[in-house]
Design a protein around this ligand. Structure first.
Ligand SMILES: NC(=O)c1ccc[n+]([C@@H]2O[C@H](COP(=O)([O-])OP(=O)(O)OC[C@H]3O[C@@H](n4cnc5c(N)ncnc54)[C@H](O)[C@@H]3O)[C@@H](O)[C@H]2O)c1
Length: 463
């Protein structure tokens, strides 16, 4: 689409958006023009219901299963697999799954040797994607596969090859591609309004306590037992860069490491667990008791079934099944970098610089895009588009969370937008309905593996 068509199609409205953003310095007295790009509803356009089995009934498995509660005519959960009884039964009960379709292990599900549904959702930990995915492809299932695809490039390629050989759909959960914010950003770029993209700066602020929870104490703390953080946390970002730039990435050079969360930085007399008396409890922003019982953050891992009382949370922090989350951040078996920078070179000399940082008070990816005819700056809540010939930037600032059906859809609405497109793709046997098919998603994974090789070797690496 040419720029003038784009401007006509989006029907620019002078909305008088008196929005201020800490990101954007252009204090403009004029009202900004709103980019009125429509947001697609979440209901799938399909003439049949698809059936799915949820493999891994933890956080992500439950998130995707919610689509069936909201849109029962489009998707039904007919099976569940998880070794943790309460998780398996919680989801099974919610969806009326019969006992014979509740499996304690994905191995039992696939050992039946039968295809028991249209699709499986694989939402197990990173190192448990490859085996169930290959087994499911062997039995002819379509698959919604959590990212990262697998911890090694070899396994990722094997999954891609098997998907292509069997002709099954493997949709990778690069949920940001399905968030209205990124869809709008992508559409604006494709309109040509800022000309050719020449370079991008992109930052992923993790948030200090999210870093502590997931990448110091939690299940992604060690790259040897999960995946390097550039994939575990940032494959979304590499994927978005690849998608926005729309050209192959050639080389990557990366630096970064673990600066803070290590034994040598432990303050004097800090005990192994924050639930023990600690002289630094009141002054440490990473104190587990504060984060979980007072700030009430990241409670999903404690299986509280919606309860939030501090005593119960405290008892979980002392329970051997959960007490890894009570560990002092300086006494963990973690090795994931807490800061990471990568320079990426794309075809035609287009460049992108990416930084991932633990030490930030807020999340929300920040992106600046430099084009031959204009510039875009955004923070995942809004973005502004400058065309160099116009005196006033345009703004996209839809409050997605205020649209009732999107209200509880995480990742800016992307979580359920992904499931909608997956349902449509499976119902129609058409992977073209997805923007994160395995063949596309492989590329950003290979970018991540190249970044990690470079960070370790100190050399620029080919992708
Ligand atoms: N797309 C995203 O934005 C996003 C966000 C967070 C996590 N993830 C990814 O999603 C995946 C799951 O993360 P999570 O936070 O839901 O983890 P989780 O620990 O909450 O859930 C994983 C579940 O898998 C179960 N499980 C373990 N072994 C199993 C087996 N043999 N058979 C069946 N189930 C088994 C566990 O008991 C657990 O309940 C990870 O790969 C993670 O990296 C993706």
């Amino acid at each position: 689409m040419q720029r003038r068509d784009f401007l006509r199609n989006i029907g620019i409205a002078a909305a008088g958006a008196a929005i201020s953003s800490p990101l954007l310095s252009a204090a403009n007295a004029e009202p900004l023009k709103s980019l009125d790009l429509p947001i697609r509803p979440l209901g799938a356009k399909t003439d049949r219901q698809i059936s799915v089995i949820i493999v891994g009934c933890g956080n992500r498995g439950s998130v995707y299963a919610r689509y069936a509660e909201k849109f029962p005519a489009a998707m039904k959960v007919v099976g569940v697999a998880d070794p943790q009884d309460h998780r398996r039964n919680r989801l099974g009960d919610k969806h009326g799954v019969p006992d014979e379709m509740r499996f304690a292990d994905f191995k039992d599900l696939f050992a039946t040797g039968k295809k028991l549904a249209d699709a499986v959702v694989i939402a197990t930990a990173d190192h448990l994607h490859y085996e169930p995915c290959m087994a499911a492809l062997g039995l002819g299932y379509d698959i919604l596969l959590e990212k990262p695809v697998a911890p090694t490039a070899k396994e990722c390629k094997a999954i891609r090859d098997k998907a292509n050989k069997t002709g099954r759909i493997v949709a990778v959960c690069h949920v940001l591609r399905y968030a209205p914010y990124f869809i709008a950003l992508h559409e604006v770029l494709r309109s040509g309004v800022i000309g050719d993209i020449v370079s991008i700066q992109h930052m992923e602020p993790i948030r200090y306590e999210h870093m502590a929870h997931s990448y110091v104490r939690g299940i992604w703390r060690n790259s040897d037992t999960s995946t390097p953080i550039i994939l575990a946390k940032s494959c979304h970002d590499l994927d978005i860069l690849r998608w926005l730039i729309d050209k192959p990435c050639k080389t990557a050079s990366a630096d970064g490491g673990l600066y803070y969360f290590k034994e040598e930085n432990a303050p004097k007399d800090a005990p192994a667990y924050c639930t023990q008396p600690c002289p630094h409890a009141a002054t440490c922003p990473y104190n587990a008791v504060t984060i979980y019982t007072k700030q009430k953050r990241h409670l999903g891992v404690f299986d509280l079934d919606g309860k939030r009382d501090p005593e119960l949370i405290m008892s979980r922090l002392k329970d051997p099944n959960y007490d890894k989350y009570a560990r002092c951040v300086f006494h963990c078996d973690n090795n994931q970098p807490d800061h990471y920078v990568a320079n990426l070179l794309f075809e035609d000399g287009v460049t992108a610089s990416f930084t991932m940082d633990a030490f930030t008070p807020e999340g929300g990816r920040r992106t600046r895009i430099m084009g031959t005819l204009g510039y875009i700056e955004g923070d995942m809540k809004e973005f502004r588009v400058w065309n160099f010939l116009s005196s006033t930037p345009e703004i996209w600032n839809k409050k997605v969370s205020e649209i009732p059906e999107y209200a509880d859809a995480g990742h800016g609405g992307g979580d359920l937008g992904l499931v909608r497109d997956f349902v449509e793709a499976v119902a129609a046997h058409d992977p073209g309905k997805l923007s994160s098919d395995i063949n596309v998603s492989m590329e950003s994974h290979l970018m991540g593996f190249a970044c990690e090789r470079s960070r370790r070797s100190g050399r620029k690496e080919k992708v």
